[in-house]
Design a protein around this ligand. Structure first.
Ligand code: GAP
Length: 506
């Protein structure tokens, strides 16, 4: 069986070959960590975005959407803390010349310790069979306890050093753990240094006096600075939410994982404004609600897990990630953060404008607390793509690659295929296509043998293939082939739209 790294490579190659994702500016040898979406990629991306927008804005009467500008007043990023603190501690290996996030090197080491614990548990589960008590094992087994103790000690040192901006301490930890560069294998490290992740550019012509502004590193601040506008113009009552999707930019140093970590990417964020003191209740609500959305897409639950933060940002009083089982392991897909009143307070202070809500029930004004849900659109795309990629050996010995994309998200919902290019079949198929395309993204294809056409549709994840054959000309029925089972059924032409609609809902 191929290992996960091989699968990841295959997913990337497939994404390119079938028009999902291309390297940006590829004919000029590409631009690192920047990607373009192709003809099928853009459809899948839009479908994910639509599903999120419906779940957040359409289905919640107290959430509205906005679309704010990428450029913002430079003071926004001073107030939000990004100018002073949006930086990563980086370390270089002197032999490979590769740069790493110092904390991630240590976290990878911790993940290995967790792997060792899991190995002990599964060995013991096998040994003890039905009588195995996992809870007892992990609280008494000396080896597991040893790993756990080591984990806690490392975490304490790492997070202590990060909180205190003690770069020397992080470097010493890396040295003490004897962490080697994955590329050169050496432990020849530079000092740890901070790198700000924001891209800066100039606004205004030089004669007017240009000033430096940033490309936004998150969409959230566009929501905070419009809090008053939306609250007043929409007559919003706490609790209420503001959602938006849009591009964000970060000068990521470690950017080698395809669309997992990009320099230009898209976020889908929602800030939920609540009464102070009620934020943890809403935090729990949004944790559950967001997980429900992920599961509603049809990817099995074992691919998701929560990861509560041990180390909270200075403005947060609770934070969790929803992690997905990517081919590169379980990694963050979405963050849910209880951000207190930090952002609104900071903007109030820097702008001099009151950012408060008058609560008629409490008969007083306050700065609302905020629970944020923040998900990467590209990461969700990668989750769907990597989950869907399936290589199958068929009964007749042949092989097929099929993208088992959840049907509601599939770029093309139905392909219309005349069995042969004569006897009036193309004309009939065109008639069906012209009707169906009014409701669904469809594709007409008459080139090559029918088996090859089915494979092409499998490779882009089309859930239904409609074939017009000799019988169609006699009784106005077609076959509908289901992608995953490859089963075919005969149905009347006038029922095609209904059958597809029903299956897309199932
Ligand atoms: N407003 C909060 C915020 O931006 P974050 O954890 O930095 O929080 C939220 O980012 C989400 O954005 C992440 O969970 C991830 O899905 C996505 N994301 C962050 N950086 C990314 C990058 N460089 N490339 C692709 N997606 C990214």
């Amino acid at each position: 069986m191929a290992n996960n790294e091989d699968i990841f490579k295959k997913v990337i190659a497939h994404a390119k070959e079938y028009g999902f994702v291309f390297q940006s500016s590829e004919i000029y040898d590409g631009l690192s960590a920047v990607y373009d979406y192709g003809q099928y990629g853009v459809e899948l991306k839009n479908n994910i975005k639509d599903s999120w927008w419906k779940a957040m804005v359409q289905h919640h009467e107290n959430i509205v959407g906005v679309d704010t500008a990428i450029f913002m007043h430079p003071t926004v990023w001073k107030a939000s803390g990004h100018v002073d603190a949006f930086s990563d501690p980086m370390i270089d290996n002197k032999d490979s010349k590769k740069r790493y996030r110092a904390d991630v090197l240590v976290e990878d080491y911790l993940a290995k310790l967790e792997g060792k614990i899991n190995k002990e548990v599964s060995k013991a589960a096998k040994r003890f069979g039905d009588s195995f008590d996992k809870q007892q094992f992990i609280t008494t087994n000396p080896r597991v306890l040893g790993y756990k103790e080591k984990t806690e000690e490392i975490k304490k040192r790492l997070y202590g050093a990060m909180d205190a901006n003690d770069f020397e301490g992080i470097k010493t930890l890396i040295e003490d753990l004897e962490i080697a560069c994955p590329v050169s294998g050496s432990r020849n490290w530079t000092d740890v240094r901070q790198f700000n992740l924001m891209f800066a550019t100039q606004i205004g012509s030089l004669s007017e006096g240009a000033s430096e502004i940033y490309l936004r590193p998150e969409t959230a601040q566009g929501i905070f600075v419009n809090f008053l506008n939306v609250m007043k113009s929409g007559r919003m009552k706490v609790p209420f939410g503001i959602a938006q999707t849009g591009k964000a930019f970060r000068n990521e140093i470690v950017a080698r994982q395809f669309i997992f970590r990009m320099r230009e990417f898209e976020q889908m964020e929602m800030q939920f404004f609540v009464r102070p003191g009620e934020e943890l209740k809403w935090f729990e609500y949004w944790k559950e609600e967001r997980m429900k959305w992920h599961l509603s897409m049809g990817i099995p639950a074992e691919n998701y897990r929560f990861h509560d933060h041990d180390k909270l940002a200075h403005y947060a009083n609770a934070a969790t990630d929803i992690e997905f089982n990517f081919p590169i392991g379980f990694k963050e897909l979405e963050g849910i953060h209880s951000r207190t009143d930090f952002d609104l307070n900071a903007h109030q202070e820097y702008s001099g404008k009151k950012l408060q809500y008058f609560d008629p029930e409490l008969d007083k004004s306050y700065v609302p607390y905020v629970v944020e849900t923040s998900i990467g659109l590209d990461r969700t795309f990668l989750a769907v793509l990597s989950y869907s990629f399936t290589e199958e050996k068929l009964e007749d010995g042949s092989e097929r690659v099929v993208m088992k994309i959840p049907p509601v998200l599939a770029p093309i919902k139905a392909a219309i295929l005349p069995l042969v290019r004569k006897d009036g079949m193309p004309e009939k198929a065109r008639e069906i296509m012209d009707k169906l395309k009014m409701d669904y993204m469809c594709q007409y294809d008459e080139k090559d043998a029918i088996g090859r056409r089915y494979r092409r549709q499998d490779a882009i994840g089309t859930p239904y293939c409609i074939t017009v054959d000799h019988q169609t000309l006699e009784d106005n029925t077609v076959t509908i082939r289901e992608r995953d089972s490859m089963k075919q059924e005969r149905i009347p032409i006038e029922e095609i739209a209904q059958v597809i609609a029903k299956r897309l809902k199932a």
